[in-house]
Design a binder for this molecule. Structure first.
Ligand SMILES: C[S@@+](CC[C@H](N)C(=O)[O-])C[C@H]1O[C@@H](n2cnc3c(N)ncnc32)[C@H](O)[C@@H]1O
Length: 275
């Protein structure tokens, strides 16, 4: 059973609960827009936005031949046009930096993950046998798009972030019926996937800043993740500190690891396999 998406009150995220419970108020669940269209390249976004802004051809033609419309278009204040141009140019980067300035401890990094790190982290995933992929801390969706590109047509990606601005951004930016952005904490993963009709996840990916999370939250997330994974599934973790492995070790008997230099900053990669 797949729910069509549940809307709950969007209130500011409380301190991350240590107890996993069914989501009530304070957690917003949302199914992605029902369009089967993935934005595969965020650099195309400005072009697309421009196309949308042009409206239909008749309007565009009318504007070209209507001197009043032309004059009005010219009247748009220069400051606003410059601001909008900058916003379009920086897109996800600007959003990510704003998120970092607002919540530096929760976001933990000022630069989104590099394409090399993404490829490295996702390499061992068996996409043929992936029905549910969960991501913690998607930020502006740096991993979401590559995951959607690799995922089968009938698979689902649930992305969970405590930052409501990022979730709003993702819901608007990623138009794919396989994508669900949830405003909540990773520690609530079991309740969140159950609310969308799933019992188990095949893979869980984490970009969480484990080392800066409030005391007790990291261990609670690692334990919940082990419970939610199917046998044979894996917890994929990338972190700037090797300490992240300590959170996985009590639950995952087999942990593969690697180091990726091509990222700012370079970081540790862990794959905790559930036997
Ligand atoms: C370093 S950013 C990762 C950004 C992105 N995944 C990337 O690779 O560029 C960490 C993200 O974790 C989110 N976050 C922090 N604590 C969380 C929690 N308990 N549950 C879910 N997301 C959390 C932050 O809001 C932020 O978006």
């Amino acid at each position: 059973m797949r729910s069509a998406g549940i809307e709950r009150d969007n209130v500011a995220m409380p301190e991350i609960p240590l107890v996993v419970q069914r989501p009530q108020s304070g957690l917003s669940l949302h199914a992605g827009a029902p369009l089967s269209r993935v934005k595969t390249d965020s650099f195309l976004a400005p072009t697309r936005r421009f196309c949308h802004a042009s409206g239909n051809r008749n309007n565009a033609k009318a504007n070209m031949t209507n001197p009043r419309a032309q004059a009005q278009e010219k009247k748009a204040p220069l400051g606003r046009r410059v601001r909008e141009g900058i916003k379009r140019f920086f897109g996800p980067w600007g959003m990510f930096v704003r998120g970092f300035i607002k919540h530096p401890v929760m976001v933990g990094s000022i630069v989104p993950s590099s394409p090399t790190l993404i490829r490295h982290m996702l390499k061992p995933v068996d996409w043929q046998n992936t029905k549910l992929f969960v991501e913690y801390g998607p930020g502006v969706g740096t991993f979401c798009r590559p995951v959607l590109e690799r995922m089968a047509g009938d698979a689902t990606l649930i992305a969970i972030d405590t930052n409501e601005d990022f979730i709003d951004y993702l819901r608007k930016d990623i138009r794919d019926s396989r994508f669900i952005a949830v405003h909540g904490s990773a520690s609530e993963v079991e309740a969140i996937i159950a609310a969308h009709g799933f019992e188990k996840a095949d893979y869980v990916l984490s970009g969480l800043p484990f080392s800066t999370l409030p005391a007790g939250v990291g261990p609670a997330i690692a334990a919940a993740t082990h419970r939610v994974l199917r046998p044979g599934g894996a917890f994929l973790v990338y972190q700037f500190r090797a300490r992240a492995r300590d959170f996985l070790a009590p639950h995952f008997a087999r942990i593969d690891n690697a180091f990726e230099w091509v990222n700012v900053p370079p970081c540790f990669l862990f794959w905790g396999w559930k036997d």
